[in-house]
Design a protein around this ligand. Structure first.
Ligand code: FES
Length: 104
């Protein structure tokens, strides 16, 4: 387990996803107001980047741009087909204005 800073919260655009590659992990980082979610940036249906998809702030989901599966940002669970398996979810917190993720 390793804690890694992903930079300042204020540098993340609210309601958008950003891909971050760190220590061999491909992450999709999403800010919704003061909250940050980090999930694996690889759709579980095929190898497409979830961070290029649309974020739905009301439902706390992100939609895979390729075939339209939506994933819960809190759990990584797919809510719609064709994806059936969850994507990884990473522990994240905002500490002194910095986004810190725990990688396992
Ligand atoms: S690649 Fe994401 S739903 Fe198919």
């Amino acid at each position: 387990m390793a804690e890694v800073s992903l930079g300042a919260l204020e540098d993340l655009k609210d309601g958008e996803a950003r891909r971050v590659d760190v220590d061999g992990h491909r992450l999709a980082v999403v800010r919704l107001g003061g909250a940050v979610y980090v999930i694996g940036d690889r759709c579980s249906h095929a190898d497409y980047s979830l961070s290029e998809g649309e974020v739905d702030a009301d439902h706390c989901t992100i939609e895979c741009w390729k075939h339209g599966s939506t994933f819960d940002l809190r759990t990584g669970e797919p809510l719609t087909l064709p994806a059936t398996r969850p994507v990884p979810v990473y522990e994240v917190e905002v500490r002194d204005g910095a986004v810190v993720v725990t990688l396992s």
